[in-house]
Ligand binder design. Structure first.
Ligand code: ZN
Length: 146
């Protein structure tokens, strides 16, 4: 049996630096400086800008908690959900440098009662599900910054 491998659930939304710290991959318009996540190659989202070439950039690993909620219901198929389902928190985090608000799942042991708007959060990664080939699929998520 070969060692279990891990792959992102979605290609190209996050990466890890040499030390293993994850960061999100966004895009930035060189004309007006607007950031966007998830990344895309064209079509600046700023209505006052006609920029159509966005460049790929590494986004801040930290931000402040802007809002959050707790999901108490398993998502319907085709979305993968653990069985038995465990409630989890979802956080909207405003990135330190870019000001973008990025929604993500919160690590398993942190629920809404542990969270407070304005807290410092940092990016992490977590397993989402194991696919039919036995590959563990990873997503980015948030945890309370240490
Ligand atoms: Zn622009």
């Amino acid at each position: 049996m070969s060692p279990a491998s891990t792959q992102p659930a979605i290609e190209g939304w996050f990466a890890e630096d040499d030390s293993g710290s994850p960061h999100l991959i966004g895009a930035r318009c060189p004309q007006c400086g607007t950031y966007v996540f998830p990344p895309r190659a064209s079509n600046c989202p700023n209505p006052g800008c006609d920029g159509d070439q966005l460049e790929s950039v590494a986004l801040s690993r930290r931000g402040t908690l802007w809002s959050y909620t707790e999901n108490r219901y398993a998502p319907p198929p085709p979305y993968p959900a653990p069985d038995p389902f465990e409630p989890f928190a979802v956080a909207a985090v405003q990135l330190a440098e870019e000001g973008l608000i990025v929604l993500g799942k919160v690590v398993d042991d942190t629920l809404a009662a542990d969270l407070k708007v304005g807290m410092e959060m940092e990016l992490t990664t977590m397993p989402l599900f194991v696919d039919d080939d036995g590959v563990e699929r990873i997503v980015y998520g948030w945890r309370i910054a240490s």
